[in-house]
Design a binder for this molecule. Structure first.
Ligand SMILES: Nc1ncnc2c1ncn2[C@@H]1O[C@H](COP(=O)(O)OP(=O)(O)O)[C@@H](O)[C@H]1O
Ligand SMILES: [Mg+2]
Length: 401
């Protein structure tokens, strides 16, 4: 603010005082107005909203304390800083003055440098307060705006994710179904040819044998492709987190994970991998064991499928820890790891580096949905590991309903 343009209201019932103060302050470039009693001070203050008020205490109608109280009670004038002016020998109650909202006081006879320096200080303080208030209002508005934008973004992202899922699914399923349609029509032609040859009495043993070979091969490939389409639809069911069969309960996490791993032993035994579960023995959590089982299974199967060459033996490791009321589950294997350029994509539906061997690319997507929605936590793939793959799950010990 340009302090030269600041406006000051002086209130004093003694004309000489008014003239003196007016002269001093006008000379310094302030816009000065004056009032000779409490009531006219109140109406001037309400009309003009000065930047500062210098207020005498003893006045014939209402005294300075009362003027101050009324100004502070009115939302239009409550922010105006008030400096009391008390006469020498007058009983001046400082505590009262500050408690009703004055910012300072001066004692008569007034020393000009002191007057000017206090006026200047309180004007700039007032100005700063005003700016702070405005900034605050601006920030509150921005925060509101951000909140709405965030909610809209989340909604948009949900829709986009659904769109990607549907697009991905139709793309994935169209290949096996397309092959299925082609093979079914091949089989149909084959049957018609065969029928024709039967009707013509042209059947030789070699024709029958060839026919059987072709039918067997085509129906075998047809079966594999239809099975692949059916598997895709099946795993897509799991993508939706609304799995009502999942029940929330309290359970010991470490022994539960160990149980899940036993159920995986048919997969593990063939490989010779070493699997360990370390960490808090007695930790009980109130969560969804069914979701934990799916996560553990998908993580381990991924290590087996993607992490190692045939015959290579690896170490797979779960580590359970508590940090500030959060449950941290780290899972690591010492396999080939995930290339840096894929890390941002691995949780997307249908991202797989293993399509040729039947990978659906849904495993980590299902894990992601379970962790972030059902278990109300976060999952990240640790980029720091030099060898192998490491996932860190950060979960609440108690899931909210
Ligand atoms: N333990 C792991 N080691 C190496 N690569 C992995 C591991 N886990 C996941 N990946 C990579 O992440 C991709 C996505 O995994 P996922 O969503 O389970 O799909 P899928 O197993 O069907 O390929 C895999 O194709 C693979 O490239
Ligand atoms: Mg997988």
């Amino acid at each position: 603010m340009n302090s030269l343009k600041a406006s000051i209201l002086i209130v004093d019932d003694i004309e000489d005082n008014l003239l003196l103060l007016t002269a001093i302050l006008t000379e310094k470039g302030y816009q000065v107005q004056s009032a000779v009693n409490g009531l006219s001070a109140l109406s001037l203050a309400a009309q003009e909203r000065p930047d500062l008020i210098l207020l005498d205490i003893m006045m014939p109608d209402i005294n300075g304390y009362e003027v101050c109280r009324r100004l502070k009670a009115d939302p239009h004038t409550e922010d105006i800083p008030i400096i009391f002016i008390s006469a020498l020998g007058e009983v001046f109650d400082q505590v009262k003055a500050f408690s009703i909202g004055a910012v300072d006081y001066l004692t008569k006879p007034i020393r000009i440098p002191e007057l000017l320096s206090r006026v200047k200080t309180h004007l700039s303080l007032h100005q700063l307060q005003k700016q702070l208030k405005e900034k605050n209002a601006e920030l509150t508005q921005m925060l509101e705006h951000l909140k709405t934008t965030q909610a809209q973004l989340i909604e948009a992202e949900k829709m986009a994710a659904l769109g990607r899922l549907v697009a991905g699914l139709s793309h994935e399923i169209s290949t096996p179904l397309g092959i299925g349609v082609t093979l079914a029509s091949t089989l149909n032609n084959e049957a018609q040819n065969f029928e024709f040859q039967v009707n013509q009495d042209q059947l030789k043993k070699s024709i029958v044998v060839n026919h059987i070979v072709r039918v067997k091969r085509s129906s075998q490939i047809l079966l594999e492709n239809l099975q692949r389409a059916a598997d895709l639809v099946q795993s897509l069911k799991q993508v939706s987190v609304d799995q009502s069969h999942l029940k929330k309960q309290e359970f010991n996490l470490k022994s539960y994970i160990e149980k899940v791993i036993i159920s995986l032993s048919p997969h593990l035994e063939k490989t010779g991998h070493q699997l360990t579960v370390r960490g808090e023995e007695n930790l009980k959590i109130n969560s969804y064991p069914g979701a934990i089982a799916q996560i553990v299974t998908n993580l381990v199967i991924n290590s087996i499928i993607h992490g190692y060459q045939p015959g290579e033996k690896g170490c797979l490791d779960f580590d359970i820890n508590c940090q500030d009321d959060r449950l941290i589950i780290s899972y690591a294997d010492d396999g080939c790891g995930i290339p840096e350029e894929y890390i941002d994509k691995i949780f997307e539906p249908f991202f797989t580096t293993d399509r040729s061997r039947g990978g659906s690319g849904l495993g980590l997507h299902i894990i992601y949905n379970l962790v972030t929605q059902k278990l109300q936590g976060q999952i990240s793939c640790d980029r720091q590991v030099s060898q192998g793959t490491k996932f860190i799950l950060n979960l609440p010990l108690e899931v909210q309903e």
